[in-house]
Write a protein that binds this ligand. Structure first.
Ligand code: MG
Length: 329
């Protein structure tokens, strides 16, 4: 028997095909397990090393062992997400987010991707539009691209997410462009930094349940950063999404549509019903995974062992000891 089977009860590794290539991913793997508070999910992207994956394990265990905080809202408004797809697929993809008032579009550059923005606005001329660059530009490219986007579409952008990675470039950019700037990678890659000067380079913070280390840590992070937040997912299964919804629903203030509708980018889910999008919102519930879906999408044995070893490595490097002593206190 797997040595951590008591902590990670009923550990099941699933592999769910995605509808489009997202972050180059065509198959999303996730390790699901149960604890006294319910099901939880551990699913750092495959290329993440031990250090980057550790907060995800903290989130997963918190989700399984600690009940949700009190919720102050019962449904969460969501944004549509449009990956870089062929223009002919835009309507099909956006129709999977019924009633969404906001769209987030992944872009590489103006010349390649302005048609994508055009197509999204053809689908819904009232869309609030966010562009996500994933830190892909240097300062010059950011200035040129944003100048062109602004020239062609005017001031329609709700914000630009992570146009560059470099903080000093973000500061210069923020002084030059009329759009608001949101940070995502700048948070995930610097969880321990103080964010004292964050208002000089960002207007909005993208916060994700798993990479932040779970709901408790996410809330500390939100307070530390002090910017308005968008709660977003990392292409989680419905189990992880439900924890993201609970985090969003427990915040005293929430002024943006959240990136929690990414189940629409997966071919299926382990949850049967409960997380559907209706009128641009998802109800905050904690549905159980369906046994038949866990079986249908169950990953091959060698992948299950890979995930067990991934968990063991983090656990055995001090994390397990710390977690167990927290449980005793
Ligand atoms: Mg992002």
């Amino acid at each position: 028997m797997w040595q951590l089977a008591e902590v990670f009860r009923d550990l099941t590794v699933v592999a769910i095909p995605t509808r489009t290539s997202f972050r180059g991913i065509n198959l999303r793997e996730a390790a699901l397990f149960q604890g006294p508070a319910g099901w939880s999910e551990f699913s750092p992207f495959l290329e993440y090393g031990e250090k980057a994956s550790e907060p995800w394990l903290g989130a997963a265990l918190e989700g399984a062992y600690k009940p949700w905080d009190d919720l102050v809202r019962s449904e969460i408004a969501i944004n549509a997400t449009l990956p870089r797809v062929e223009i002919s697929r835009v309507n099909e993809i956006l129709s999977r987010f019924p009633g969404a008032k906001t769209v987030k579009i992944k872009v590489n550059d103006f010349i390649e991707d302005s048609e994508l923005v055009e197509a999204a606005l053809d689908f819904n001329p009232d869309f609030k539009v966010r562009l996500d660059v994933n830190g892909g530009w240097n300062l010059e490219e950011a200035l040129l691209n944003l100048y062109n986007f602004n020239l062609r579409f005017g001031n329609i952008f709700e914000y630009i997410e992570q146009p560059t990675l470099d903080i000093s470039d973000l500061k210069k950019l923020k002084r030059e462009v009329p759009m608001k700037i949101a940070i995502d990678e700048s948070i995930r890659m610097a969880l321990d930094s103080g964010f004292d000067d964050v208002s000089e380079f960002a207007d909005v913070a993208i916060i994700k349940w798993a990479p932040s280390g779970g709901a408790t840590r996410a809330k500390k992070l939100i307070n530390k950063i002090g910017l308005p937040v968008v709660i977003s997912s990392a292409l989680d299964t419905g189990v992880g999404i439900s924890h993201g919804l609970a985090l969003a629903a427990s915040l005293p203030e929430l002024n943006f549509d959240c990136g929690l509708a990414t189940l629409s980018l997966l071919e299926s889910d382990v949850i049967k019903t409960g997380l559907e999008i209706s009128a641009g919102t998802i109800k905050v519930t904690r549905p159980l995974p369906a046994q038949e879906l866990l079986e249908k999408y169950s990953a091959p044995k060698e992948r299950r062992i890979w995930w067990q070893e991934r968990i063991e490595t983090i656990w055995n490097n001090g994390f397990g000891e710390r977690w167990l002593s927290e449980q005793r206190n």
